[in-house]
Design a protein around this ligand. Structure first.
Ligand SMILES: C[S@@+](CC[C@H](N)C(=O)[O-])C[C@H]1O[C@@H](n2cnc3c(N)ncnc32)[C@H](O)[C@@H]1O
Length: 215
């Protein structure tokens, strides 16, 4: 098994999770939001009956000649979701890796949850993306849904924190599969702690006095 191609913009760990899930699920319909050069899309085409690939740029035209189960939606996810909703297209698996702004990530996840059974969210370590994913989950009805935004870990890159996969499974009792804290949670704790320490000495002393008085 090869972890290639290089143009697949995910870590080896994230790639293996996707390859493994594809083998396990044998999905009928798979949706990828954000394909870029198609490193992931190619794998999806090898393992799913139908692949719906959405991107505002079209760099995967060459895959069309190789895989007749691939349908390319050269448009924004907003336009594509409109089409899927109108046609009542549902998905066994959705991979969200498109607009990485908080608003974009929230929009894609909201729509993915409406149409997909299993959702993989990429870049859960990126603070903007994660804020968007969390906002969409806060807005969603509770229901039977397993949610783990720490499914795999991301890492530090020259331009910040990126990578890591979140996993959402609809229609299951989340009880026995409790999500655990991982390094992203510790990173957030560290950030909070550092900002607390950056407070002015006067504020810190005032805080100490307040805590002392309160007992
Ligand atoms: C990080 S790349 C995707 C990488 C790909 N999933 C992989 O594993 O190799 C993000 C892609 O999302 C696309 N994109 C950004 N905003 C989008 C939007 N609103 N709708 C659809 N695609 C979008 C970009 O053009 C880019 O190709």
């Amino acid at each position: 098994m090869s972890l290639g191609p290089l143009k697949w913009e995910m870590s080896p760990a994230d790639r293996v999770v996707i390859m493994g899930l594809l083998r396990l699920l044998d999905p009928e319909n798979v949706l990828e939001i954000g394909c870029n050069e198609g490193g992931c899309t190619g794998w999806l085409c090898r393992h799913a009956a139908h692949v719906y690939a959405v991107d505002v740029v079209n760099k995967i035209g060459c895959l069309k000649a190789k895989y007749d189960n691939l349908q390319i939606f050269h448009m924004s996810s907003r336009q594509a979701f409109e089409i899927f909703r109108k046609n009542k297209t549902g998905f066994d698996l959705v991979i969200v890796d498109g607009d990485h702004s908080a608003a974009g990530a929230a929009f894609d996840l909201e729509n993915a949850m409406a149409l997909g059974k299993i959702i993989l969210l990429h870049d859960v370590y990126n603070p903007d993306c994660r804020a968007g994913y969390e906002a969409a989950l806060d807005k969603a009805s509770r229901g039977d849904r397993y949610v783990n935004l720490n499914f795999t870990q991301g890492s530090v890159h020259p331009d910040g924190l990126w990578g890591g996969l979140g996993l959402i499974i609809s229609g299951v009792d989340p009880g026995p599969l409790a999500a655990s804290a991982n390094s992203y949670d510790y990173f957030r704790f560290y950030q909070d702690e550092m900002s607390r320490r950056r407070q002015s000495p006067l504020k810190r002393i005032a805080g100490k006095i307040k805590r002392f008085v309160k007992g």
